[in-house]
Design a protein around this ligand. Sequence first.
Ligand code: G3I
Length: 344
Amino acid sequence: MTTRRNVLLAGASALLTTGCKARSSPALPPLKSLVPFPLGTCVMAAQCDDPEWSALATRHFSRLTPEWEMKMEYMLRDDGSLRFDRPDAIVDFATRHGLTVHGHTLIWYAQSNPYFEKLSGDKFLNAYVAYINDVMGHYRGRLPSWDVVNEPITDEGSELRDCLWSRALGREDYIGIALTAAHEADPGAVLFVNDYNLEHAPKKRATFLRLCENLLKNGAPLHGVGSQTHLIADIAPGMIKACIRDLASLGLNLHISEIDISIRESHAGLNGEKAQIRALDELVDAYQQVPAAQRYGMTFWGVRDGDSWRNRQDGLHIPDAPLLFDDQGRAKPLAEAFAAAVRA
Ligand code: G3I
């Protein structure tokens, strides 16, 4: 059966087979105008001063997630003091352009700091709560949501990570403590726990779901879950849909929080872009089936391929093409496919 979705997607995919070079596509309407939920991208302060990036980001997206400058690695100095210059520049840019900002991220296993590493016991706990309170307090009322804890589950997927925070406060307790502190710091903020590979790794997803259910059972103010969705283009059909379905079953806000679709990491070869389009179509179709009240939004982890973290990794010399726009800011067939999929 030829559905409208298939016809639309065939058109986008045809851009590939005709060898039609991605072009500046005035026909591409603002992508955020095509979806009934916020559409976001990540951002670095320097990009706010890049006219091409700024034009694309403000035309197509309604929400920004600071890519790294609202994390401990940038804001927290070794003496415990904080600097907000670059995250403030991002929030000011968003405010000027009518975009919202999703706070990312307060507590992450991958980031500690000498300031915390020299503390223990109540001093550690007090500093932990104070950090959350000071950062969220600085943005109280200006940031509607936060990734309070990022990536709590191990890559192997069967347990919670061991990290500075878990060793000091308890394997799961550090997460509940962070959520409670965040809620007290800004009672109006929507609070998320965010993780990756939840589609590629069903065992990890199951452990993540159990964590969320335990947090809710213990009364933690968990309001949403973020599924980062850093996809490999040739992901097996159905895996994305199963992930979205399982995460939506929590009944919480569901943020598809860091979308990129790697061709380089796939085995799709010359069919990389078609595999990418197929994966994005499955993601959009699955997300459209989530109850509207739970659709917190979709966020791409970058605007142009050249902006992607995947093209900044040391030692990787084969460029990747994981995003909607090419290095010249032109809409790729993937962007056309996204526009077609959300309209279908
Ligand atoms: O811009 C500075 C540059 O001036 C300096 O010379 C250089 C060396 O110190 O650092 C540069 O900043 C780096 C920044 O990326 C921009 O490239 C930071 O050191 C580096 O830590 C930062 O990495 C970010 C990483 O998270 C760690 O914060 C990536 O951009 C960002 O894409 C990545 O995003 C994560 C999400 O937060 C969580 N999910 C996975 C995702 C990808 O790893």
